[in-house]
Design a protein around this ligand. Structure first.
Ligand SMILES: [Zn+2]
Length: 501
């Protein structure tokens, strides 16, 4: 994309230029975005990260974060310079041991110019030394760093890394993580994966976390504060680590009564989605004022507000379903959000059925019947909603309705084979809505282009014949739709990502 068109007459002159060392002509800057049309500046071009090693120190009283990030990467083009996405203050950058020039650019770009250009395929070790107060930084007028009375939290979608580590911030570039955080004694640092070790010295405690499976940058999380940490193992053998802020007040009981069921729900979901893909599971509930929950890998982020009306296992089901649908199998581009949210919502419908509070079919019928044809709900296309509607309720409800239509079209045997086979086929990778349609067609042996188009890509309510063909909305004409018992609780999780910009 950086090639210029050269008029034929200019070629002779250009070939003279090519006689000088090829390096000077072929090394170009990496793109400042990875190429996602929803978020053109997110992620970067020219390299691919395989591992992040973050060695941090955080002071809860002042929100000061300092640290060193070591990125292992490989160049994917002849590279003269490259960008990272980051907001904190950088004091030094080294590329393969050699000091590199660097500067801030745009809303969240750190431009790194290595001393020598880097041929395609070069292994890179990029060291970034930095410090700053995350809560003092904004990009596009918002922050994803949440201060709490006793610390700070990085958790948001689609962006949260900028506030605490430099990265190639897009789901397409997944990597493993070691996150080591030094905090004052009595304070805990929570992150993804397993807690490898802790050590204390001179009033400070170090927490060493490891996520050994590929993880996208928005699913990396850091929480520092005073937490009560619980550990256990699910009946199916999955280690569980949960953490609760010590000042959750009246929400404390409901939070624990929900999140402590993580192991049970992971095992239940494994029955539909196949083996749990990661080496640990769990969640944490910090004392934040946000409203949403987020499927941060292995360690789900829950806002206390999710539990203001009592225990809510439905939100736990939603976020744990994402561990398969979203975390292990991640979107290729943000337009593919349905392969995350449609299925996490559908898992809530399956849980409703399990809890005897309404079947998936009843929930689908209710969604279809309760939104009249002129409702703006139907103008949102779950298969490509646009960045402004990425987390619109229709992506969830219409998205899950589409899944029920698929189920009715291909039958339960094929449908549940698809549901379980998909997370295996694309485990630890990326996939698109088109990939899902292809996979469902392959497993079911049925052409599904018309069904996907009707339910995911048309900006209008599927007409009655289409709905009847998909066995959705069979209720008699004019009959008031019956609201399933689980509806309100499921709808309450519409806030799940509601506070995201
Ligand atoms: Zn979700």
């Amino acid at each position: 994309m950086h090639r210029r068109l050269i008029a034929p007459g200019a070629l002779a002159a250009a070939s003279v230029l090519l006689a000088i060392p090829a390096s000077a002509a072929s090394f170009t800057p990496g793109a400042p975005g990875i190429g996602d049309p929803y978020y053109p500046a997110y992620g970067n071009g020219g390299y691919d990260v395989s591992h992040y090693d973050l060695r941090l120190k955080y002071q809860p009283a002042t929100d000061e974060l300092e640290g060193t990030a070591t990125l292992l990467a490989k160049t994917t083009q002849d590279l003269s310079r490259f960008d990272l996405d980051f907001l904190l203050d950088v004091s030094e950058v080294r590329v393969n041991g050699v000091a590199a020039a660097f500067s801030a650019s745009g809303e969240h770009e750190l431009v790194v110019t290595p001393k020598s250009p880097l041929p395609k395929g070069t292994a890179l070790t990029v060291v970034v030394r930095y410090h700053g107060v995350p809560s003092s930084k904004q990009a596009y007028g918002f922050t994803s760093w949440h201060r709490t009375p006793d610390g700070g939290i990085g958790a948001n979608e689609p962006e949260s890394a900028w506030w605490w580590f430099p990265s190639n911030d897009h789901p397409l570039d997944k990597a493993t993580y070691d996150v080591s955080v030094l905090v004052p004694d009595g304070t805990q640092a929570i992150s993804n994966g397993t807690l490898q070790s802790t050590s204390s010295k001179l009033g400070w405690t170090r927490y060493n976390w490891r996520e050994n499976k590929p993880q996208t940058t928005y699913l990396a999380t850091l929480a520092v504060g005073r937490f009560d940490v619980t550990t256990g193992t699910s009946e199916g053998g999955v280690p569980v680590i949960n953490a609760y802020s010590k000042d959750l007040g009246d929400n404390d009981g409901a939070a624990r009564a929900s999140v402590e069921r993580t192991g049970e729900i992971v095992d239940w979901l494994s029955g539909y989605f196949g083996p749990y893909p990661f080496s640990s599971a769990g969640g944490y509930v910090p004392n934040t004022t946000t409203g949403y929950a987020l499927e941060t890998q292995t360690r789900v982020y829950y806002s206390p507000r999710q539990f203001a009306n009592g225990a809510n296992t439905s939100v736990v089901v939603h976020e744990l379903a994402h561990q398969w649908y979203g975390d292990s199998v991640s979107v290729k581009g943000w337009k593919d959000i349905w392969i995350n949210e449609g299925f996490a919502r559908y898992a809530q419908w399956l849980w409703s059925e399990h809890e005897d509070e309404g079947t998936a079919q009843q929930l689908a019928d209710y969604v279809y019947a309760s939104h009249p044809a002129d409702d703006a709900f139907w103008t949102v296309k779950p298969g490509d909603p646009g960045p402004e509607n990425q987390f619109d309720g229709a992506v969830y409800d219409r998205g899950a309705l589409a899944i029920q239509a698929l189920r009715n079209a291909i039958g339960d045997d094929a449908f549940f084979a698809v549901l379980k086979g998909w997370p295996q086929k694309y485990a630890y990778g990326n996939a698109s809505v088109a990939d899902f349609q292809r996979y469902a067609e392959q497993v079911s042996g049925k052409p599904l282009a018309a069904l996907f188009d009707t339910w995911l890509f048309q900006p209008s309510k599927p007409a009655a014949p289409a709905a009847r063909a998909a066995s959705v909305a069979p209720s008699a004409r004019g009959a008031a739709p019956v609201q399933p018992k689980s509806w309100k609780r499921i709808a309450a999780t519409n806030d799940v990502h509601g506070a995201v910009r």
